[in-house]
Design a protein around this ligand. Structure first.
Ligand code: BGC
Length: 258
């Protein structure tokens, strides 16, 4: 079965049809820039452009970088605050000619994809995926089942919002060396999350996971196994499509017919 997946990020909106048997894109993905400011109308219009690029008609899964309950956006840490309270599935559904739309948190989507097709395949117990990018996203799995909207990026770390200290953006903005960021920021963050959840496995995603060899070997004193994500750039798109095919997997409802 093929379903369309769209990943809304702070700088780009990308999408492609996904083959759910293989967890792979069936065509090269199409990417457009995220409008600035990333308002609901602006972003919904760009999502529609991505969908139209493929002439797609069928179910669509969409990720969002904030808390999503049902299909309503509840937080918007790194996008326009105008999203809060918006029924994103309805808004985007209207722009794509009434096709059924499912919306879920971006890290939850990436986690679903990794648990089925990537680094978390076959793993039971407590698994936590963390996406290190502009912010920090989290996806918590217990025996393969997602607990949505965990928002572990906003834990407090030394009096700060953790993502402001330990995200990939924090490393770039503060021009930290890999070593400084890994040993003084990421390590402390992982220790804090481990203290709370004692996961068996951490999966580290986000663009920075491509450079995992620069920082994962430097992390010490964490009991859990720590591995880089495997789907890299496409985890969000694949996970969004999975949630659209099976909304209960992502704890979501569809805009139409439900
Ligand atoms: C948001 C999360 C999101 C993460 C990654 C955080 O600031 O609160 O919902 O998953 O960024 O985009």
């Amino acid at each position: 079965m093929n379903v369309f997946g769209v990943d809304i990020g702070g700088s780009g909106i990308k999408g492609a049809p996904v083959d759910l048997e293989r967890g792979a894109l069936t065509e090269e993905r199409h990417k457009v820039l995220t409008p600035q400011p990333a308002t609901p109308d602006g972003v919904a219009g760009r999502v529609a452009e991505v969908v139209e690029h493929f002439g797609w008609s069928g179910p669509i899964g969409v990720t969002f970088p904030g808390v999503v309950t049902g299909s309503t956006i509840r937080t918007a840490a790194n996008v326009d605050k105008g999203w809060i309270g918006v029924d994103a599935a309805r808004l985007i559904g209207e722009r794509v000619g009434g096709l059924p739309v499912t919306v879920l948190n971006d890290a939850d989507a990436a986690g679903l994809a990794e648990m089925t097709f990537g680094a978390g395949r076959g793993r039971t117990g407590t698994v936590i995926m963390l996406t290190l990018g502009t912010g920090i996203g989290s996806a918590l799995f217990v025996d393969g089942r997602l607990v949505p909207n965990t928002e572990l990026g906003h834990l407090e770390l030394k009096g700060h919002d953790a993502e402001k200290r330990a995200s990939a953006k924090a490393r770039e903005d503060e021009e930290l060396t890999w070593e400084h960021w890994a040993t003084r920021r990421l390590q402390k963050y992982l220790a804090h999350v481990e203290m709370l959840f004692s996961p068996e496995l951490f999966i580290i995603g986000g663009g920075v996971s491509r450079k995992a060899d620069k920082f994962l070997p430097l992390i010490e004193d964490i009991r859990a196994e720590i591995v880089p994500a495997q789907l890299l750039n496409n985890a969000g798109i694949v996970g969004a499509a999975m949630a659209a095919a099976s909304p209960e997997a992502g704890g979501r409802d569809r805009s139409a017919g439900s």
